[in-house]
Design a protein around this ligand. Structure first.
Ligand code: CP
Length: 333
């Protein structure tokens, strides 16, 4: 028997009770407590099941999706998540906005706040911009990716995908392969995996290792991807980001693919129960060989996309509807 709309809403309300997150804005994984993370992911399970229903948990709430960098997955899933919960959602992008006329992102965001947007989701090339905006505007800010820094909703959906398959990640080996230097996905994922007690390995050319990266993020570095894959229960491939100049750090894409690309043979060197993840967009036959992308039994790449909508619905509900009625403190500049 399928669960009906009101049952989903009641389940979500019952699970949440009067709880709020320990933060008003979703800027960095560092700001979230273990309890926050567990609540976000538990609610996401309900929102995943209810995806074909239209709920009204955010009825009357305005959400603005402000994307100043390209996106397919993150932008569409935040929009769908807001609509799923009954919010009014609108999208703005760099090319059609007054930022192109020279308006600062702060002034744009203050303008959107003045239009009574309760939540502003922002993707920007500027690392640290979401945190800065969160301190200076009344709307609650959700970081949808800032420069090379963080992409917290991506890490949370990755953790949900891992938990759906493995349960806990505590004490399990996660091998991340690729350009961690330019990767905001890595920035959030490494922070989250550390909080969850995973054993993180990184395999990539040494030129992709940030200064002091091993001590800051607590991973073990491997120059040999096949050694790094041994016993891994999660294999996480990252894209070489040509638009951020990554190709200047490697001899060639062809050489990178040969040395670090995840093929079926390499995946078979991991734990037999391993899953393959990638945040997308996948560069087929460079980061991951084509045969593994969508239909391979160990690939969870499309599950990540599906979980994206559910996790983002959780985040939007938690930041768009405070139960304690408190408003965040901010300082107009
Ligand atoms: N993973 C990710 O951020 O994908 P998009 O750039 O398509 O949003």
């Amino acid at each position: 028997m399928s669960i009906q709309r009101w049952d989903f809403q009641e389940q979500a309300r019952e699970l949440r009770g009067q709880k709020d997150l320990s933060v008003f804005d979703i800027v960095s994984i560092d700001d979230l407590s273990v309890e926050d993370i567990d609540l976000i992911l538990s609610l996401a399970t309900i929102f995943k099941e209810s995806k074909s229903e239209k709920l009204s948990l955010l009825k009357g709430v305005s959400i603005i999706n402000a994307f100043y960098e390209n996106s397919t997955r993150t932008r569409s899933s935040f929009e769908l998540a807001g609509k799923h919960l009954g919010a009014d959602t609108i999208n703005i992008s760099g090319s059609g906005s007054s930022v192109k006329k020279g308006e600062t992102l702060l002034d744009t965001t203050e303008t959107l706040s003045a239009l009574q947007a309760q939540v502003i989701i922002i993707r920007t090339e500027f690392s640290g911009m979401p945190e800065f905006l969160a301190r200076h505007v009344s709307a609650n800010i959700v970081n949808a990716g800032d420069g090379w820094h963080e992409h917290p909703s991506q890490a949370l959906l990755d953790l949900k995908t891992i938990r759906d398959h493995h349960g806990s990640i505590q004490g399990k080996v996660v091998t991340i392969v690729g350009d961690i230097l330019h990767s905001r996905v890595f920035g959030s994922l490494a922070r989250l995996l550390k909080k969850q007690g995973a054993l993180v390995r990184v395999a990539c050319p040494e030129t992709f290792i940030p200064e002091k990266g091993e001590s800051v993020f607590g991973f073990e570095y491997f120059s040999d991807v096949e050694k790094a894959l041994k016993d891994a229960e999660v294999v996480y491939a990252l894209r070489v980001q040509e638009e951020r100049g990554s190709t200047g750090y490697i001899p060639s894409m062809r050489e990178y693919s040969k040395t670090f690309g995840i093929s079926a043979k390499r995946l078979s060197m991991a734990h037999p129960n391993a899953i393959l993840l990638h945040p997308g967009p996948v560069m087929r036959d460079t980061d991951v060989h084509s045969a593994l992308v969508a239909v391979h039994e160990q690939s969870r790449i499309l599950d990540q996309v599906e979980n994206g909508m559910a996790v983002r619905a959780s985040l939007l509900w938690m930041v768009g509807d405070r139960k304690d009625g408190k408003k965040k403190e901010y300082k107009i500049l």
